[in-house]
Every structure is written in structure tokens, then in C-alpha cells.
Ligand binder design. Structure first.
Ligand SMILES: [Fe+2]
Length: 591
């Protein structure tokens, strides 16, 4: 029985196909359309899923959309009307896009898949999140927390999953939203909403959380069980789609950060690609430190609210396992604290914890929640996207006159790569099916030597051009994780394999991997041979050569572009950037 899940029209559009409850294929639309965070109808992702399974729309038992468009439309209608005339612009825009497109999801799906209307179902946004976290987990029973910006009306839920059932315990509704509060600060700090949240998280360690009280006194009231109320006097996200906060907010925190301003403090480096050091360097450092203090404060508040919610959930359910989903579930710093500071023993978060993942959750919910079919699937890895055969790669290279070397023996290829890495080269690494979710986890990755701090600048100069506060992540052999990081049984925790924890580095080891050491912490990815044998072998061989079983792993893309999908995307990225060596399966291409 095939069920197709679809999410779109808000954040990341995606499709996921399950067969008898097991995931077959899943992908975000941006990988195909090459539009970052593409939220349009995921035509390409749907085609890919069906092609991968070798089926067409008429073979589907059901197609399910991850939320209820009419309920969401109702929320937008109600809130814009309540805030009229301030909200007239949003109201007008909403009428145009909703009446013109978004409300007609059903007919889009019907046209696209050519299936009967009765086979098209609609999930609920937060239930899709909860289902995406619980059903593919290894747990027979677990507490579930979902937190995001907003779905139809709901912004956070706590529930219990048992077998095939998910039971909602409590929910918090719009406009009270931890995700939207965080996004308001994201905008204030000069980053794009729904895109720059992780930059706020990256900036936070460079500041002191000096404004925590100011946030609690004015912006959000939090009860001891973690329930919260946002004071809408300071925000405009309920009546504007251009601004998320208002003048009163600026009275509290001062002028917003100019998005064009380079970020550096006395604790960050001043990278060469920023050009000459400005004459008022010290003054600019202080200015940036103020913004870092604000980032640290909202990050701290977010962590505290989540810890309260999770501790209450533990008390109320007595369960040992916790599943998390929703955009806030991608806050890996908060996840690390949940792991280390709450009594839950095991955590599960799937790699596409944001809205894209709702496609997977919606499909699984039909199979288990609605049809009551038993669970038979655990999401052991993130490799569910499209792959390219050696023939396809060869054809691409030859038809474009690209010279390559074909190294059929893996071990010989890996030895060559380790030599390159030791020589300070940056490697573009492409193999197998691309990853589900926003992180590159060893199939579309850029790899480099993690040992020296200079490698951060080198990778940035060669390809990423990122702000110096944004961390690069370490991939580490599962068996060596505890030597480098603090945390309980990290290696066994699923979020670690999906790069969803930030954890403190052990002081004795922190200095040995400075390129991936972010103020004494790291957003690690653990790797086991059975999940990705070739990726594992490279890290292992690098460890044998250096005593450091770690590599720097960053996503294979140019700044502002989605992660590469095809050999052509990978080659173009290689060509336009300073990447030294490109590996497409067993084909090696050098500059
Ligand atoms: Fe969501």
C-alpha cells in the first residue's frame, strides 16, 4: 500500500512516499527547483518519489496534505480582521494568494496525480509534526513535543505516542508562539525569518544573556509547566507580513542590526574576506557584542521554556523516551541541553524536523493512526533522496569534456583523499542518495581537515563566505564520540547522527579540532559503518593517519543556494568555488 505525503505553501515544500508503512523516498522540493526553501507545490519532489518506486499516481492508496488549508485560512482571516485596518495589506495579499492558489490544494493534487478525490486526505499541522517524530522512532511509547512558528492555529503541542496511537495532552495557540518570538529576534538581528534562525543560535555563544529578564518582564510570560503567553503589544506578525516586531520592541532593545553589517566581536576572528580592518574596529566590536547579547538572551529564554515543557512532560507521563518535531526542534543547542539536563533517557528527532518533515508525518499518520496498521519501520539514516548511477555520472563528465580519473577500488580512493585532506585540500564529496532534511550528512558534503582554526577561514574563502560566527560541524566516528564530547550515551542517540545536538567539547580535546570548535562546543554528527560505510571509512582513515577520527563536514552548496542534487550541480559548485577536489562516487576530478 503506497501513501504519498505532501507539504508546501509555507516553508519547505516536500514529498515523502511510504509503502506498507516503510519509507521509500523523501525529498525537499528545493533540491530539484534550486530555489532555496522553495515552498511552491512540490511537483519535482513528487515525481521523484513516484519514479523511485516505479509507480504512478493511480497506484497510490492515498495522497495526504500535511495540514488543513481551510483552518489556516480561517486563522489568517480572523487575525487580519481583528487587526484591521493595520492589517489591510496582509489581508489583501492573503486574499489574493489564498483564494487564487493555496485553498485549492485538493484540486492541485488531483490534477497532478490523477487520482480520485476520495483518496486525497488532509492531516493537521502539529499532528503531522508529532507523527513525523514518533512513528519512525524506535520507541514503542514516548512523550512527544512539537514546537514551531504556527500551523493552522497551534504553535506547540505535547502528546503521548503508544504503538499506533498519538494522544494529544495540551496545546498552545496563535499568537502565542515560541517559534515566532524567536523569528522576531531573527529579523531584529538582521537575518531572514525562516532561514536565519540558526544564525541567531550561532551568534549566541559570543554574547552574554543580559536581556533575559527584559524578555520575561515584557515579551513572554512563562508558567512553571512551560505554558507561555506572548505580549502582542511588541509584535506585528499578527498583522504584517513584512515586519514581525514593532517600535515598542525597538524601545526595549534599541535599533535593529543592519543586515549588511559584518559581524565580529573581540572573541571572533576578523576574516580576511571582510577586507581591511575598519578604523572604528573596537566600537564596531562593542556594537556587535550588544547584538550577540540579544541573541544569547533569546536563545537562553527559548532553552528555558523548552526545558520547562520537557520536564513537565516527563513528570506527567513518566516516560523515558522523548520525540521532538517542528522548526524549533532544529535548535540543536536546545536539544543538547534537553539531552543533558532532563530526565528523559532517549531522544528521537528526525532530520527534517521542520515543515518539510510534515510530509512524512502526514503519510505515516494515515497508515498507523487512521488505518491502525502496525509499525514496522525505524528511520535509521537520512539517505532518502535521489541518486545517480556511475553511468549517469560518466555520461555527464564525458559529454562536457571534463577530465577525470576513475578509481574503482574504494580503499585506494580513500587513501588519495586522506592525503589531499592532510595537504590542506578541500574536498567536494558526492555519493548515493541525497539527504532528507536541511543537513548534509555525508552524501552531499564538503570535507576538510578539522584540526586547525585556519581551516575555518580557508573553507569560507574558498566557498562559503559565511559570517565568522557560524560554526562548521564535526563528523566523528560513533565509537570515539565520548572521548571528545560531554553527554550521556550520545552515540546511541538518534539526533546525534542527524547533527541535531550541540554539545560541550571535552577541554582536553577541544584544541585538537579547532576548525569545528565553536566556543568550546560542537554540532556533531556521529557516524557508524552500517549507516554509511564509505563516509565512515574516510573518517576512520583520517583518524588512523592523525589520531583525530574527525572531519570538518559542511553542506555541499554555494552560499544562498540549496545543497547540490545532481552531478551537474556538484560540478558547477566545484567549478565556481575554490573546492580543490571533487569526488562523484568513484570519479575524481581535480582543479
Ligand atoms: Fe510547522
Amino acid at each position: 500500500m503506497y501513501i504519498l505525503g505532501i507539504s508546501c505553501y509555507f516553508h519547505d515544500a516536500a514529498a515523502a512516499l511510504i509503502k506498507d508503512g516503510k519509507l521509500i523516498a523523501a525529498a525537499e522540493e528545493e533540491r530539484f527547483s534550486r530555489v532555496k526553501h522553495d515552498f511552491g507545490f512540490p511537483e519535482n519532489a513528487i515525481n521523484f518519489c513516484l519514479d523511485y518506486a516505479g509507480i504512478s499516481g493511480e497506484d497510490l492508496e492515498y495522497a495526504v496534505f500535511y495540514e488543513k488549508p481551510f483552518h489556516k485560512f480561517e486563522r489568517i482571516l480572523m487575525t487580519t480582521l481583528q487587526n484591521f485596518p493595520k492589517s489591510w495589506k496582509v489581508f489583501r495579499e492573503a486574499m489574493i494568494t489564498w483564494l487564487g492558489d493555496k485553498l485549492w490544494v485538493k484540486s492541485h493534487i488531483k490534477d497532478k496525480l490523477d487520482i480520485e478525490e476520495k483518496k486525497i486526505l488532509f492531516g493537521e499541522h502539529h499532528l503531522s509534526h508529532a507523527a513525523s517524530a514518533f512513528y519512525p522512532s524506535p520507541f514503542e511509547e514516548a512523550a512527544i513535543l512539537t514546537v514551531d512558528g504556527v500551523g493552522e492555529w497551534t504553535t506547540a503541542t505535547v502528546s503521548i505516542g503508544r504503538g499506533t496511537e498519538i494522544k494529544l495532552l495540551k496545546e498552545i495557540k496563535f499568537p502565542h508562539s515560541l517559534g515566532l518570538l524567536y523569528s522576531a529576534f531573527t529579523a531584529f538581528l538582521g537575518f531572514k525569518v525562516n532561514n536565519g534562525e540558526y544564525k541567531v543560535m550561532g551568534m549566541a555563544p559570543y554574547g552574554e544573556p543580559r536581556y533575559v529578564d527584559r524578555i520575561y518582564d515584557n515579551l513572554i510570560k512563562v508558567a512553571s509547566d512551560g505554558s507561555f503567553w506572548v505580549n502582542m503589544d511588541y509584535f506585528s506578525y499578527h498583522y504584517s507580513d513584512e515586519r514581525t516586531y514593532n517600535v515598542k520592541f525597538e524601545d526595549l532593545f534599541g535599533k535593529p542590526r543592519d543586515p549588511e553589517m559584518n559581524f565580529f566581536t573581540s572573541n571572533t576572528r576578523f576574516p580576511s574576506y571582510f577586507g581591511e580592518k575598519p578604523s572604528n574596529y573596537k566600537e564596531l566590536c562593542r556594537e556587535n557584542e550588544h547584538f550577540a547579547n540579544i541573541a544569547a538572551s533569546i536563545q537562553r529564554v527559548t532553552e528555558e521554556v523548552l526545558l520547562k515543557l520537557v520536564n513537565t512532560l516527563y513528570k506527567e507521563t513518566g516516560m523515558k523516551n522523548l520525540c521532538i518535531a517542528g522548526g524549533v526542534g532544529l535548535n540543536s543547542k536546545a536539544n543538547g541541553r534537553i539531552l543533558r539536563e532532563t530526565p528523559f533517557e532517549e531522544l528521537f528527532i528526525q532530520p527534517s524536523a521542520g515543515d518539510g518533515g510534515g510530509a512524512l508525518g502526514a503519510a505515516l499518520h494515515i497508515y498507523h493512526g487512521l488505518l491502525g496498521k502496525p509499525r514496522a519501520f525505524v528511520l535509521e539514516h537520512a539517505y532518502w533522496g535521489k541518486e545517480y548511477s556511475e553511468n549517469e555520472i560518466k555520461e555527464f563528465l564525458e559529454s562536457n569534456n571534463i577530465s577525470y580519473e576513475y578509481i574503482s577500488e574504494d580503499e585506494r580512493l580513500f587513501d588519495r583523499l586522506v592525503d589531499d585532506l592532510l595537504g590542506g585540500k578541500v574536498v567536494g564529496w558526492f555519493q548515493g542518495r541525497f539527504e532528507w532534511g536541511p543537513r548534509a550528512l555525508g552524501n552531499r558534503s564538503i570535507l576538510a581537515d578539522p584540526r586547525s582554526e585556519e581551516m575555518k577561514d580557508l573553507v569560507n574563502i574558498k566557498i562559503k563566505f559565511r559570517e565568522p560566527f557560524r560554526p562548521f560541524a564535526p563528523v566523528i566516528l560513533e565509537e570515539n564520540t565520548k572521548d571528545f564530547f560531554y553527554g550521556n550515551n550520545i552515540a546511541e542517540q538518534f539526533p546525534a547522527r542527524y547533527m541535531l545536538f550541540v554539545l560541550p567539547l571535552k577541554e582536553s580535546r577541544a584544541e585538537t579540532i579547532n576548525a569545528v570548535n565553536h566556543m568550546g562546543t560542537g554540532r556533531l554528527q556521529t557516524i557508524r559503518e552500517e549507516w554509511n560505510p564509505r563516509y565512515y571509512r574516510i573518517v576512520k582513515k583520517f583518524g588512523e593517519a592523525t589520531g583525530i577520527p574527525v572531519l570538518l563536514n559542511t553542506s555541499f552548496n554555494l552560499r544562498g543556494e540549496p545543497i547540490v542534487n545532481s552531478p551537474a550541480n556538484a560540478f558547477n559548485t566545484f567549478n565556481k568555488s575554490g573546492i580543490d577536489v571533487l569526488v562523484l562516487e568513484n570519479f575524481m576530478i581535480r582543479k
